[in-house]
Design a protein around this ligand. Structure first.
Ligand SMILES: NC(=O)C1=CN([C@@H]2O[C@H](COP(=O)(O)OP(=O)(O)OC[C@H]3O[C@@H](n4cnc5c(N)ncnc54)[C@H](O)[C@@H]3O)[C@@H](O)[C@H]2O)C=CC1
Ligand SMILES: O=C(CO)COP(=O)(O)O
Length: 327
């Protein structure tokens, strides 16, 4: 919709022929955004080749578990000269790789430095009705980031650039874990203090892992960090928040996921975070407790008690270790 508003002809790829035909016939994406009429210059197709033929810009938004499959299907269809952007928030479940690494492996015709990750607080339901939205595009190539910015920016969709691809991708993926936790806290009937605590301490652990993986600390104070964390932990549109809320109210994970019928990236990302935290030797107490609740049947209340009852600590672990700032 953003690209169409900017005057581009847009092809939307769907795996389902019925869905593509319905979109073209009714001008509405009934399953996902039923209340909004699509721009006239958007055409849906179930042919991936047709969708990308002659494209100058390609946006990949498959769930993280499907990114490799989609990218590999694109290999014979793209030249390597397209502006290639992804907006997926997660790690590949089996390999724990970031999305730009998965795409680079499957699409060797692209210079990996020119791949772009788009992230930030951007619920589709609001973007499509042109509520003011800000995002960030990250690429190791400044030129590629600015090219993506040119394609996307308009008066209701403001696009910033950032060279820190690792930080933007890691922040975008990990915030979903904290959003599950925020939903869980609300589902348990806790208040605003608890949610603010989860956001703040969640950001601390996201930033710790991100930096261990090579990210710049400032990125976590930006749109992909604080920005997306705030929106996903507080918005009624968030699937991760909603899933957490259901679990907090006593529902089973499988039931919550089957009711949702849309991807809840934070579930797989919680598994990934546990492995990454171990690999990089980083302490992630919130993600750890959430893992216990999601996959080991720990009662949410017991997880909260364990989080609140942890040993005393300094707010900034790194500072505490050096103990350089006490006077
Ligand atoms: N919905 C939103 O507002 C935003 C979503 N994202 C990210 O975008 C990604 C996708 O999320 P949504 O579109 O919201 O999820 P969704 O669940 O609404 O849609 C996922 C789409 O991917 C398709 N799909 C699933 N497996 C596939 C496969 N193997 N090959 C091809 N297509 C496949 C599904 O048919 C469906 O059309 C996620 O990583 C999410 O975090 C990022 C920013 C905002
Ligand atoms: O990333 C998002 C908004 O920026 C979407 O979050 P959910 O997947 O929780 O809906």
């Amino acid at each position: 919709s953003v690209l169409a508003a900017n005057g581009h002809r847009v092809s939307l790829w769907s795996r389902s022929r019925e869905q593509a035909e319905e979109i073209n016939r009714e001008r509405v994406n009934k399953r996902y955004l039923p209340n909004v009429r699509l721009h006239e210059s958007i055409r849906a197709t179930d042919s991936l080749a047709e969708a990308v033929e002659g494209a100058g810009f390609v946006l990949l938004v498959a769930p993280s578990s499907a990114m490799r499959e989609v990218a590999s299907r694109l290999k014979p269809l793209l030249t390597g000269d397209e502006c290639l952007v992804h907006a997926t928030k997660g790690f590949e479940p089996e390999t724990l790789k970031r999305m730009t690494d998965v795409i680079a492996e499957e699409l060797p015709q692209f210079d990996p430095r020119r791949l772009v990750a788009l992230s930030g607080p951007s619920h589709a339901e609001e973007v499509i009705v042109r509520c003011p939205t800000t995002v960030v595009v990250a690429s190791r190539s400044r030129q590629a980031a600015e090219e993506a910015q040119d394609w996307l920016i308009n008066s209701t969709f403001r696009v910033y650039t950032n060279p820190d691809v690792v930080g933007v991708e890691v922040a975008g993926a990990l915030k979903n874990i904290i959003a599950l936790g925020a939903g869980l806290s609300d589902g348990l009937g806790f208040g605003d203090n608890a949610k603010a605590a989860l956001l703040t301490r969640g950001l601390a652990e996201i930033s710790r892992l991100g930096q261990a993986m090579g990210a710049q600390p400032q990125t976590f104070a930006g749109l992909a960090g604080v920005g997306d964390l705030v929106v996903t932990c507080t918005s009624r549109h968030s699937r991760n928040w909603r899933a957490g809320y259901g679990i907090g109210q006593g529902k089973k994970l499988d039931d919550v996921l089957s009711e949702m019928n849309m991807v809840v990236e934070g579930v797989k990302t919680t598994r990934a975070a546990k492995s990454l935290a171990a690999r990089y030797g980083v302490h992630m107490p919130i993600a750890e407790q959430l893992y216990e609740v999601l996959f080991n049947g720990k009662p949410p209340k017991a997880a909260v008690e364990d989080l609140m009852g942890r040993g005393r600590t300094h707010e900034m672990e790194e500072v505490a270790r050096s103990s350089g700032s006490w006077s």
